[in-house]
Design a protein. Structure first.
Ligand SMILES: Nc1nc2c(c(=O)[nH]1)N[C@H]1C(S)=C(S)[C@@H](COP(=O)(O)OP(=O)(O)OC[C@H]3O[C@@H](n4cnc5c(=O)[nH]c(N)nc54)[C@H](O)[C@@H]3O)O[C@H]1N2
Ligand SMILES: Nc1nc2c(c(=O)[nH]1)N[C@H]1C(S)=C(S)[C@@H](COP(=O)(O)OP(=O)(O)OC[C@H]3O[C@@H](n4cnc5c(=O)[nH]c(N)nc54)[C@H](O)[C@@H]3O)O[C@H]1N2
Ligand code: SF4
Ligand SMILES: [Mo]
Length: 740
């Protein structure tokens, strides 16, 4: 029997709708869903690989429990008994602060990870909470929370109506966009150009996106905040500031004018490796554009000045009148769970409420910096991590710390991982609990709807439901019960009811909520018989900005999405200021004190001597961080873990294309394959992350055959953006030598 099933792709932030051909319980073909209200048929090679992931013989189907140096397959009951003994043993011996949690990127791409994994992390009752966010986007959250009030009030380029786009440190033609959800960004960027618009890319590499841009400015890595200060200076210096509809909603303009006075383009240009004139033109063009904006991503956030840069990007958009303006940078309004959807001040943003044990790094939104993991694992004393839970994460490849971090993982007294593979991290676990295939579970994009260039809502039911395998939310709730001392067989249904009631009560507590006056028990009854993520999403949709408010008006619900398998279009982005501002002043705070204070660190860098060679990363379309290298469709061809070296640098160091180089950093060294290319700025080398699969215990045959090297052996856990706790994964000082 052949049928077509629809499923949103869970692999990247573009969230394409896929049309799967299912024959006798197997997916035999993957295409883009032409009728999807958001993606209209687009997909990339990773989406096509969904069926290879489902069928990958190395993907874990059963729980694995450590036996000596290896693993044996176990029943779910046996595995949870082992997890209970291991985790509660640590609590009994050392207390709860000896437990730690690391959550990885795919948590954001599935409803279990978004809605239930945090419940488990909370049940752990320890300050040792770490995630990929402090290897990634945390600077954005900090900047927008301080400026607009909520960490998810992240404006995105309104790309379809934009005619002047400046891109800093992002390569959407490779990544498909990030903190900027838009299927077919390559097509949308080409359309921007075709209607006469202009794209400027600021990147030390001539990236794929730079190649289609009108102008490419090859900046020195790490200098973006100086470039932006030069632009801000120019806007005041040349009287280009115009607030348009933001007039009356901005506080702190005079402070910004005063602080930017010291950063003329002429002063910062050399440090940026750019012409002062080019910086002035950047500012003039953006100020003059009818509809334009500036956008920055991973090259600017995983950077020692990440929060300053994220802040200054917002400042430039505000001063050019491009924020909250059609074709500029706009605030999406997600259908479910958007905490800026209700007007009025929310909870104040407080940073650094506690600090890490070893180096005293500040807490950020309930987490500690992942760059602290290695030292928290191996530094003896009260609160040393002795037991670790990882969910959908591979810190052994995604976090800095290299061999030290891996030794720390190896020496743990207890480790439990929820993961689909035995990889560089999970090989150290005592118990590995595999979630079902993406095809066996439903999907809704809670996080990415908050970042999308068009408001839509789409729900994918499970394509190949599998009752024999617990869903991921059931696995993490069972772990939560274990951590709460309920033993290996907690009442998961009762815990799910508790979670649902908590979500309802939290929502109803807001005075502007449409369910403010409703009895939570009554609402729970109305959501019955749904349970798990479906119940929570139904609730969030119905009480959300487009919801039916539980029968009080015409609006959407999960039932409405089920009846619209290609999704429901909720329209283009709309201006949202002032309602979107949920900080205490309900105004745009242009000069938050923590940012202003942090400029002193930038000044020191501006005055310091420049490293002769620095390392940056890059992404390839057919890769996804560390974990999709086991799919033959993706780990093939030109997708290789090579070091890009400029021809001049190669000549100076005796390096040849196809040969090898030894790259040394303060924290480690690697022998890497060299690719000589003029697409990287002289003085800069580029190596992708997430590789280095040839280590004992990994069970990923395809990846092990083309292993590459772990670039995070070179990144420095000590090099943090202090405000956001995000580590600098770019602009790493290195030296190069010929490797025989
Ligand atoms: N040097 C350098 N390092 C970087 C970066 C960089 O640019 N340069 N980028 C950083 C960024 S942006 C990020 S987001 C991080 C990513 O950091 P991580 O999230 O730690 O790493 P991933 O490689 O995404 O690993 C995802 C893990 O989840 C598992 N997995 C996949 N799907 C599922 C699922 O549905 N459920 C569960 N339970 N597990 C699943 C995979 O097997 C894998 O083990 O890496 C960061 N590290
Ligand atoms: N194919 C693919 N897609 C992905 C991923 C993947 O691994 N593969 N990962 C996903 C994840 S987790 C994320 S967070 C997103 C990231 O999405 P993007 O931010 O678009 O990621 P990259 O493609 O790495 O682009 C970052 C760019 O920053 C440049 N850069 C490095 N240092 C600097 C600097 O100091 N200044 C400036 N201006 N530029 C700099 C690099 O040369 C690179 O071109 O991609 C997501 N999508
Ligand atoms: S662009 Fe992203 S969401 Fe779309 S098919 Fe590729 S990996 Fe999936
Ligand atoms: Mo990321």
């Amino acid at each position: 029997m052949t049928e077509t099933a629809l499923r949103i792709c869970p692999f990247c932030e573009a969230t394409c709708g896929l049309a799967l051909t299912v024959e006798n319980g197997r997916v035999t073909d993957v295409r883009g869903d032409d009728d999807d209200v958001f993606s209209a048929g687009y997909l990339c090679p990773k989406g096509v690989a969904l069926s290879q992931l489902d069928e990958d013989p190395d993907r874990l189907r059963a729980p694995m429990v450590r036996k000596g140096e290896g693993f044996v397959a176990a029943s779910w009951d046996e595995a949870f008994e082992a997890a209970d003994a291991a985790l509660n043993g640590v609590i009994a011996r050392h207390g709860r602060q000896a437990l730690g949690f690391y959550g990885g990127n795919p948590n954001t791409h599935n409803v279990s990870g978004t809605l239930y994994t945090p419940v488990m992390a909370k049940a752990m009752g320890s300050h040792h909470v770490y995630s990929a966010s402090t290897l990634d986007q945390m600077p954005k959250h900090v900047a927008v929370a301080l400026m607009y009030g909520d960490k998810f009030s992240i404006p995105v380029p309104d790309v379809d109506r934009c005619d002047h786009l400046v891109i800093l440190g992002a390569d959407p033609l490779a990544s498909n966009g990030s903190l900027w959800t838009a299927p077919d960004l390559p097509g949308r960027l080409r359309a921007l150009k075709a209607r006469g618009g202009k794209i400027v890319v600021v990147d030390p590499r001539r990236s794929r996106t730079a190649k289609i841009a009108d102008r490419h400015l090859p900046i020195v890595p790490g200098a973006d905040s100086l470039l932006l200060l030069g632009m801000v200076h120019t806007l005041f210096d040349e009287s280009l500031v115009r607030l348009r509809r933001l007039d009356g909603h901005v506080r702190g303009i005079d402070d910004v004018r005063a602080l930017a006075a010291a950063y003329s383009p002429e002063r910062v240009a050399a440090r940026c490796g750019l012409d002062a004139g080019d910086i002035r033109v950047l500012a003039r063009e953006l100020a003059a554009a009818e509809r334009g904006c500036i956008y920055g991503r991973i090259g600017t956030t995983t950077n020692r000045f990440g929060t300053l840069t994220a802040w200054l990007i917002e400042v430039v958009n505000v001063l050019c009148g491009q924020l909250d303006h059609e074709g500029g940078a706009m605030f999406p309004l997600g259908a479910a769970g958007h905490r800026n959807a209700l007007p009025g001040p929310g909870r104040a943003t407080e940073l650094h409420r506690w600090t890490s044990r070893v180096r005293g790094a500040g807490e950020v939104f309930g987490e500690l910096p992942s760059a602290c993991l290695a030292e928290e694992l191996d530094t003896p004393g009260d609160g040393q991590i002795r037991g670790l839970i990882t969910v959908a994460g591979n810190p052994a490849r995604s976090a800095p710390g290299g061999p030290r971090l891996e030794a720390g993982l190896r020496n743990l007294e207890a480790m439990v991982s929820v993961d689909v593979y035995l990889n560089e991290t999970t090989r150290f676990a005592d118990v590995v609990l595999p979630p079902p295939s993406p095809l066996a579970r439903p999907h809704f994009d809670l996080a990415f709807n908050l970042l999308a260039v068009r408001n839509t809502a789409r729900w994918s039911p499970a394509v190949l439901p599998d009752d024999s395998h617990p869903d991921e939310w059931e696995i993490v709730l069972r772990l939560a019960g274990i951590l709460a001392g309920q033993g290996p067989r907690p009442d998961v249904a009762a815990m799910d009811d508790y979670v649902a009631r908590t979500v309802i009560q939290r929502e109803a507590a807001h005075p502007a909520s449409p369910v403010h006056d409703r009895d939570p028990d009554e609402l729970l009854a109305e959501l019955s018989p749904r349970r798990g993520p479906a119940r929570l999403i139904d609730f969030l949709l119905r009480s959300g900005p487009y919801g039916d408010h539980f029968g009080r008006r015409d609006g959407i619900s999960l039932a409405a999405l089920e009846a619209a398998p290609h999704g429901i279009d909720l329209g283009p982005l709309q201006p949202r200021i002032p309602a979107v501002l949920t900080n205490a002043t309900q105004a745009i705070e242009l000069a938050p004190a923590p940012m202003v204070a942090d400029l002193a660190r930038l000044d020191a860098w501006l005055a310091a001597e420049q490293a002769p060679f620095v390392l940056i990363g890059r992404r390839h379309l057919r890769s996804n961080n560390s974990w999709m290298h086991n799919l033959p469709l993706l780990n093939s061809g030109t997708n290789r873990c090579t070091l890009w070296v400029h021809p001049d640098d190669a000549a100076a160091h005796g390096l040849a294309d196809g040969g090898q180089a030894c790259v040394r950093a303060a924290t480690g060294e690697l022998v890497v394959d060299v690719e000589v290319t003029a697409d990287v700025r002289p003085g800069v080398v580029s190596l992708p992350h997430g590789w280095g699969h040839d280590v004992p215990g990994v069970r990923m045959g395809v990846a092990q055959a083309r292993p590459g090297v772990n670039s995070n052996a070179l990144t420095d856990p000590g090099d943090l953006d202090p405000l956001s706790g995000t580590v600098s994964l770019n602009a790493i000082p290195v030296s190069l030598a010929h490797a025989p």
